[in-house]
Each structure stands twice: as C-alpha cells, then as structure tokens.
Write a protein that binds this ligand. Structure first.
Ligand code: CUA
Length: 313
C-alpha cells in the first residue's frame, strides 16, 4: 500500500510501511488524547475548586478503589496492545523472507557501495527490482554508519567487523533518499545515496549493462566514469580547488609535499599507491582519512583511474 504521506511521515514505499505507520499513529493519537484529557482536566479542576473566601478543612480522602483500578487497568491494556503490535512488527522486520535477493552493502567514509548477486557493483546508488524482497547485508570499512531509507521505514547500523541485516520490499518504481544516520565524521551530512526501484525487466537490463561497463572505451574515459561511480568525486575535485583531499587537476608530474617533509614527483606509481593504500603517503595539509581501495578496485579500474588523473592537466 502506497500511503500518501503526512505532515509527520513521508509517503510509505515498502511493504513494511503500513504496519510501522499504523502503530506510530496509534501511539501518537493515544498520547494526544490523554494529553488533552489530563491538561483540560487539570485546568477545569484548578478553576472549579480554587480557593474562595475562608478555607475550611479539606475532607480526609484516603483513596478511591474504583478510580485507582480504572487508571491502572486502562493504561495496562494500552501498553499490552502497543507491545503485541510492536513485537509483531519487529518480527516482520527481522525475519527475512526466504526468497529475498541478497545485496552486500559497504559503508565507508563517506559513501555507500553495493554488491549485487550477479557480480555487478555500484556506488552511491542502490538499484532494486520492484515487488521483490531484498535482503541487505551491511558492514563498514571504518567507523559506525547507519543505513536509513525513511520512505521504506528501515534503518540499520553498519558496523566494522560485524554484519547486520535489514530487508525491505519496494512496492512501486521510483527514487528514494538514502541517508547515513550515525555521525561518522566530517562529511557525514554528505553521505547520501539513492535507492532506485525499477521493474524486474529494467533491473535485468541494468545488471546486463553494468556487467559490461568499461568495455569498448578508452582507459581515460573509463577512469572518468569510475571517478564519479567509485566515490572519488566526494573528496577530490578536478578543477583545481582543494576539498577533503587534493585536487586531481595538474597533479600528475608535479611535486607533492608530504606530511613527513619529503617531496616527491607524482608519477604513475605514486598515484597507484595513493589509490590502493592512501595511508602510506599523506600530502601536507590534508587529513589521513581516505579509505584504502586495495581489493575494492579491479586492476583495470586502477589503471583507468591513473590514466584519467594523468589526463587532467
Ligand atoms: Cu556515515 Cu554518517
């Protein structure tokens, strides 16, 4: 069910959304109702029984059994309803349907990457087929991140050294915002992504296209694609301005000053090492924050990025 969204919640776009929203609004309106009962009651009694003239002695009221049972039993029943409803919803969110397709999600400062069962991968954009349950296996390369798609009503931490699991089934095609909801450092607020829900046939076509990516084009062109899709663009500009990392423009062949005080010439081997193992040589004036791409990039992808950086004179 694609609910239409309200002032408080965005439109729900997964099969989990109706249950989450139902319970949320039940608690919200129950709280609102009792808030009004208590507030209005307090005002009413404060005015009605305010001190008028000479006060007499207050009657010695010890208790009222009927009233006390009422204000114990009604809230208890409400709590039981909320617990059972919430527990059922929790189980639905935790138990992954057997036929779910599995996508590996890797979080790192400051982007998301996705590995699909067909051997394809993507960065910053998760593409899933509509109407099929998707199980995400999350992990992190560095610190704690959190995978959150409000439209799907799902959120799960991505931890280093441990896998966490979350699943959803998107009901209609469309685009949804992905957030990192755990403060993970300088560019946490930029650690965004998109979830694109497409039809089953569009998904197959996308997989097909991506498994052939980089074929039939030059290394430089391929590198230009990877610069965007592998997340380099988040920290390195190509127009000469400094960002989280040094710019790529005019980098090749020029002198680089390191934090150790040494200078070296940025040649192919320096570029290659700085991609695969960035901690080995830190450029003066920058923080050592880049994740290693050893094991993430294929040899041809490293070649392509090096060629691309060389082309940015
Ligand atoms: Cu990753 Cu915040």
């Amino acid at each position: 069910m694609d609910s239409t969204g309200t002032f408080i919640l965005p439109p729900g776009a997964s099969t989990l959304a109706p249950e989450v929203d139902g319970l949320f609004y039940f608690i919200f309106y129950a709280s609102l109702f009792f808030f009004l009962v208590v507030t209005i009651g307090t005002l009413y009694f404060a005015i009605k029984y305010r001190r008028k003239g000479k006060p007499g002695l207050t009657a010695g009221i010890s208790h009222n059994t009927k009233l006390e049972i009422t204000w114990t039993v009604i809230p208890s029943l409400l709590f039981i309803v909320v617990f059972l409803w919430g527990f059922k919803g929790f189980l639905n969110m935790r138990v992954v349907p057997k036929d779910a397709m599995e996508i590996k999600v890797t979080a790192q400062k400051w982007f998301w990457s996705f590995d699909y069962p067909e051997g394809v991968n993507s960065v910053g954009e998760l593409v899933v087929p509509q109407g099929r349950p998707v199980k995400l296996v999350l992990s992190s390369q560095d610190v704690i991140h959190s995978f959150a798609v409000p439209d799907f009503r799902v959120k799960m931490d991505a931890l280093p050294n441990r896998y966490t699991i979350v699943w959803f089934e998107a009901e209609n095609t469309g685009e949804h915002q992905l957030y990192c909801t755990e403060y993970c450092g300088k560019d946490h607020s930029k650690m965004l992504g998109k979830v694109r829900v497409v039809t089953e046939s569009e998904y197959q076509k996308w997989i097909e296209e991506n498994s052939r990516i980089g074929e039939g084009i030059s290394l430089t062109e391929f590198g230009a694609q990877l610069y965007k899709t592998k997340g380099c663009v988040t920290c390195h500009t190509i127009d000469g301005t400094a960002s989280t990392g040094p710019t790529f423009k005019g980098l090749y062949g020029h002198e680089v000053k390191l934090t150790t005080g040494e200078t070296l010439q940025a040649d192919e081997n320096y570029l290659r090492e700085s991609i695969l193992n960035p901690m080995s040589k830190i450029v003066a004036g920058y923080q050592p924050v880049m994740p290693p791409f050893q094991g993430i990039l294929k040899p041809r992808e490293v070649d392509a990025l090096v060629e691309y950086i060389k082309s940015l004179k």
